[in-house]
Design a protein around this ligand. Sequence first.
Ligand code: E9O
Length: 543
Amino acid sequence: MTADATLRDHIGWVWYEKMHIVPERDVGMRHFLRFSSVNYYGTVYLNGQELISHVGGHLPFEVEVTDRLLYGSANKITVAVNNTLSWSTIPQGDFNYYNLQPKVIGNWTLTRAPEGAFTDIGNFDFFNYAGILRSVYIIKVPKKHIKDIHIMAEHRGSFIYEVSTGDVDEIEFRILDDDENEVYSGSGAEGKGQVDGVRPWWPRGMGNPSLYVFEAKLIVNSQVVDIYREVFGFRTVTWSQDKIFINDRPFYCIGFGMHEDFEIHGRGFDRAVMTKDLNLLEWMGGNCYRTTHYPYDEERMRENDRRGIAIIAETPAVGLKGFPKANNLLHIKMLEDLVSRDKNHPSIIMWSLANEPHTEKKESRNYFKALVDTAHALDPTRPVTTVYGPTNSGNDQTADLLDIICVNRYYGWYINMGSLDWVNSSLIYDIAQWKEIFRKPIIITEYGADSISGLNQEPSIDFSEQYQNEIIMKTHEAFDVLRQQNILAGEMIWNFADFMTGMSTTRAVGNHKGVFTRNRQAKMAAYTLRKRYLGLLDQTEHA
Ligand code: E9O
């Protein structure tokens, strides 16, 4: 991380450059440059020639470089990245040139700020870590190769698959269990089948997260020219008015809002932090998290599959205020890229279109209708949700379009600070109305309070560990009433850990709503939550 404040606060272009040698023996292979996450706008050059530009962080893009590479000598890879946000980016930001208001006083010409001064404030509550945030790959594949596999498999063993090659050559495939035993074999680029005696993928607490491998072989002139292996699981997500079901058993989401955020690394992918976070999530008794507020690293998605952690996968659309057509198209593109990247992960149980959009606005309805239709068309196997914040059950224009409704609520913090005794009735009053109007499963995806670790106050006041702990306990009382009434399909604390934000009068070195500190040490609230979560997880097992 930079030691230079002007670089940290820089808005505009930065340049990355690296030399890379591709061996001469690789002539004849096709090569692609793949970027896992470049935030926000990136342009890629190879040996000084412009190749591709891409909009939006957190989702991969690639470009073929076969004919542009120098084989056997060094290639210069250059990436220009721009982090400027505006009302036409996703997420949105407020970009303004500062009003200089020049005044002539005697022989002085004074302005309120230097020439060219501007501000660009992201319309969200986390630091806009920008640049190349994840791995960059040079992918080497045979001339004819398998491009993608899509496999939809349900818990009773039936599956539908499609192998894309861009050509019409022969495909053979087999399915292997996690001991590499072949349980099915077949041929053809698309089709369906049935595996008997399949072990389903279960979220933790409900069973084992069994995984299988779909292995496809591309055959040209009786020769195997490419083999592609994709890990998947047999599992089914369904829902009723009240509940979410996994493999026909009720699933209650016990979880967290999170961030990819850590000291030193910022939002740069860090395998050790990922492992620590998922270990702590398991220690807490969680079975679920939402990828707030952007898609997380691909390795993490594989790790969720392996550990049996259910995921609500969210697009980068946080805090949408305006709904112009161009944003809608960009948003749809991001949703397509998300589904395309993550479609085969059994851990992903739901797509979240956005967090806290201003969907009280009439024009948001068509905007969201297009997104819901896209998600359903691309993936008929998963429910679609949106996470509401600024709207309520009376003014939201979009909630009826969704399969599942998520709501963020902060009684005792943003609303009625200090009135802990009202938390219970306010929350029940609010959520019961959402239920009454929309008759869909509801998850509370955010609640909580800031606390500065080590700041103790008895009796409690805001920002103390006690106050955060008490708000959480009061909110849980309401959750239990709602659960008894079959109104709640899950609960998620905001946030797993403290995280960095932009500078603001309401943020003291970031957002402190974590139940862990930014260094992943437990606050008082973590123990309260752990006790509850382990108890709930135990009930899930017996549901
Ligand atoms: C989004 C999340 O990224 N939800 C915010 C979280 C927060 O801590 C943020 O970190 O601020 C909560 C928004 C709640 C707004 C409620 C306003 C009610 C005003 C009456």
